[in-house]
Design a protein around this ligand. Structure first.
Ligand SMILES: Nc1ncnc2c1ncn2[C@@H]1O[C@H](COP(=O)(O)OP(=O)(O)OP(=O)(O)O)[C@@H](O)[C@H]1O
Ligand SMILES: [Mg+2]
Length: 391
């Protein structure tokens, strides 16, 4: 088929040609937005799931819906370690300023919003720069005390006070939320908590790895009640089939039922894999409708692409010791073995590898589905590791 027209998009957060299987989450969010217009404020939302399952795509879609309904929407992506912390704080300040400016122009309410832009600018000057730069001038601008809790609260209070009479709300969309630094996270959870008590229209909408709910609960015990939690999982067979078939039909093509079955099965319903296989079959099939042989070849080609991109991008982030741990985890042949079993295969005690286990969790390579158990965050990673020559 014509390569230029290929609609499939394997990648990070790329809008798929057909966003399938997420009606439940989208409806729940649309309801939250609709209720906010009537000043009925619900809890924020947290989406969690494995790598490549479509969290970013869904988060972006929710932000678009909110934006369309007149919310002020700000989006950031958290990053691990100290360098990430500073960058994310700087980005938050910057996005606030830019977002407010865009909002003010779009809704033609400069008078109302301009003072908030000043506030956000003071905030972004302070945030992430640390206490050393505080008190340079004689009069400290508002929301720039250098105390992140106070500054965020002041900012959110001022912004929501302007938005509430308009039936609008402030949505802060945070991707990779598990990587947010503990201080900023705690400040945000606190202000969300306060907001719901005082009926300020402020909503945190987060997306992250499966360990995100646990990280939130650890940071603030009330976080458990603060959000509507939703797992983003693989698509069921019907939705997976639609994710492939709808874009192809849109261009006048189609699959035989059997060809579609082959791709749906091979993908396990994982959105990233669906895009990869969809892209492959489009490129290699000589004509429509796509046949079983095309599908089988597409699985081979798609897998090779995954082995060259999706999996190595994770594998290459691991240190030598982490790789040994991951290899042992893959060798257990179980989805979520006991940590003890992994250590046993390595010929060491659990405490002997607890540090590697921790660093690999921080990097988002593995996670603990329940206490004492461990699993990959990337579907198919175990098979990939087992295919490696060194393993
Ligand atoms: N519901 C869906 N239907 C079809 N394709 C989808 C769907 N959601 C996401 N995709 C596609 O799957 C791929 C991965 O999506 P996305 O980057 O949102 O996943 P993610 O969960 O954020 O991954 P990561 O954890 O690596 O950040 C993209 O190519 C995207 O277009
Ligand atoms: Mg993502």
């Amino acid at each position: 088929m014509d390569l230029e027209l290929n609609p499939f998009k394997p990648g990070s957060g790329l809008r798929p040609p057909a966003l399938e299987g997420r009606d439940k989450q989208i409806e729940a969010f649309d309801l939250l937005v609709a209720r906010s217009k009537r000043r009925n404020y619900d809890r924020g939302m947290v989406l969690s799931g494995l790598r490549g399952v479509g969290k970013t795509t869904l988060l972006n879609t929710l932000a678009e819906h909110a934006d369309r309904e007149g919310w002020l929407t700000i989006g950031i992506e958290a990053r691990p370690n100290a360098a990430g912390t500073a960058a994310v704080r700087a980005k938050l300040g910057q996005e606030l300023t830019v977002g407010l400016r865009r909002y003010s122009r779009k809704h033609k309410i400069q008078k109302l919003i301009d003072p908030l832009i000043e506030l956000a600018r003071g905030f972004s000057l302070e945030i992430g720069l640390g206490p050393a730069t505080v008190n340079v001038g004689t009069s400290q601008p508002a929301a720039s005390s250098g105390d992140i809790d106070l500054d965020i609260e002041e900012l959110v209070e001022a912004i929501t006070a302007a938005l509430k009479p308009r039936g609008s709300a402030f949505g802060l969309f945070i991707d990779e939320m598990q990587d947010l630094d503990a201080d900023l996270l705690s400040a945000l959870l606190t202000v969300q908590h306060r907001a719901s008590q005082r009926e300020w229209p402020f909503f945190l909408i987060g997306a992250g790895l499966p360990n995100l709910p646990a990280i939130l609960a650890e940071n603030r015990s009330y976080a458990e009640r603060q959000f509507l939690y939703s797992t983003v999982g693989p698509l069921d067979r019907g939705a997976a089939a639609d994710a492939l078939r709808i874009p192809v039909r849109h261009h006048g093509g189609d699959f035989t039922d059997e060809a579609l079955e082959v791709l749906v099965t091979a993908s396990g319903g994982y959105p990233y894999f669906l895009q990869e296989y969809g892209k492959a079959i489009w490129n290699l099939a000589p004509e429509a409708p796509f046949q079983t042989e095309d599908a089988e070849l597409a699985v081979e080609v798609g897998r090779r692409h995954l082995d060259e991109g999706f999996f190595p991008s994770r594998w290459n982030r691991a240190t030598e010791r982490e790789r040994r741990y991951l290899t042992a985890l893959a060798a257990t042949g179980e989805d979520a073995p006991r940590s003890g079993k992994v250590a046993e295969l390595m010929g060491v005690t659990v405490s002997g590898v607890s540090d590697v286990r921790e660093t690999a969790i921080k990097k988002g390579l593995i996670w603990a589905p329940e206490h004492g158990r461990i699993a990959f965050t990337v579907p198919g990673m175990a098979d990939f590791i087992r295919r490696q020559p060194a393993a």
